[in-house]
Design a protein around this ligand. Structure first.
Ligand SMILES: NC(=O)c1ccc[n+]([C@@H]2O[C@H](COP(=O)([O-])OP(=O)(O)OC[C@H]3O[C@@H](n4cnc5c(N)ncnc54)[C@H](OP(=O)(O)O)[C@@H]3O)[C@@H](O)[C@H]2O)c1
Length: 297
């Protein structure tokens, strides 16, 4: 991706230089036109007067030199109009502004690209190191998301689906559960029978019955002895851990919800659906839902 964008930047610069060169050529041509016309006209008049053609009458009763001058002047006016009226908006000032705009746009693009590139490179490097150290474990994201990927609102879950809770408990029991600080605070207490790991940037954060860490990699490092550590949310943590995960246990709740926390879009080029199990709405379940397992390709 960065290579393509760099190509685009180079093309922009080439276009800019070509435009400036065209403009210079245009103006030079106008100057030559004017000079030749000026001296040409004087010569015509001189010839006409000196060599006695002044009484010669041609088309429309004027000497030929007058007509030649008028014609030349008309062409010059058209040329002048093209350069300074039609292309006025492309004058020097306009060009300088365009260059300024382009340069600042390009600088912004380059800075963004650099940041993206550095971020990608950092994530990739960290993931590679991490994968080397944890190649035998199956990092699993577990989530329940509506059809439009909503997972929570105002730091609360949206629905209560008892079979989904059971499913969550069965899968995560005895394992490490890694969560963002907000998800931890949305629960009444640490989840029993699991090693709770809370990710926060707050260096002085204390979480009862949980291990506090300051990055997702540190969390996974803490969970390195677990063959299947679970990342249990919320939105911020899911979106950063997709790249590190091997499996997604998704409960797709068949409703469109409103909320402020989202499950990231699943890129089906990277993930294979390996199983699905449908559940239907009943007195204990407000919506139909489906347990879907995805493995990373
Ligand atoms: N439906 C589901 O399956 C499900 C599951 C879990 C949660 N949820 C819902 O999701 C919502 C919460 O999700 P959320 O996205 O708002 O918050 P979150 O992901 O639970 O937590 C975000 C917090 O995690 C910490 N954090 C994030 N990235 C970090 C990093 N790279 N390094 C260190 N710390 C990092 C930061 O804590 P500090 O601000 O302390 O630095 C950040 O504010 C709630 O509504 C909850 O009910 C739904």
């Amino acid at each position: 991706m960065p290579i393509k964008s760099n190509d685009r930047i180079n093309q922009d610069q080439i276009n800019l230089v070509e435009n400036a060169q065209n403009r210079i050529r245009q103006k030079k041509r106008l100057f030559y036109h004017f000079s030749i016309m000026f001296f040409g006209n004087i010569s015509f008049l001189t010839f006409n007067l000196l060599f006695g053609f002044k009484d010669e009458v041609v088309l429309f009763d004027y000497p030929w030199s007058y007509l030649a001058i008028a014609l030349w002047f008309l062409i010059f006016l058209i040329h002048f109009y093209n350069v300074f009226i039609t292309n006025k908006f492309m004058g020097d000032k306009w060009e300088r502004e365009q260059i300024k705009k382009l340069v600042s746009k390009q600088e912004l693009k380059i800075t963004k690209l650099k940041m993206e590139f550095e971020k990608e490179a950092r994530i990739k490097a960290e993931s590679e190191i991490f994968n080397q150290n944890n190649s035998s474990s199956c990092i699993t994201l577990i989530a329940a998301a509506s059809a439009n990927n909503v997972i929570g609102n105002n730091n609360k879950l949206i629905w209560h689906l008892s079979d989904d809770l059971k499913h969550f408990k069965e899968l995560t029991k005895g394992h490490c559960v890694i969560m963002g600080r907000k998800t931890f605070e949305s629960m009444p207490k640490a989840l029993p029978n699991r090693t709770n790991i809370v990710v926060t940037r707050k260096l002085d954060y204390i979480a009862k019955d949980a291990t506090v860490v300051h990055s997702i990699h540190e969390a996974l490092e803490k969970a390195k002895d677990d063959k299947q550590p679970f990342i249990i949310g919320g939105g911020e943590i899911y979106s950063q851990s997709m790249v590190l995960s091997d499996r997604i246990e998704l409960t797709r709740v068949h409703t469109e919800s409103q909320g402020d926390a989202y499950f990231p879009e699943i890129d089906y080029k990277l993930w294979n659906e390996v199983s699905r199990e449908e559940r239907f709405k009943d007195e204990k379940h407000q919506f139909d839902f489906t347990f879907i397992r995805y493995n990373k390709k």
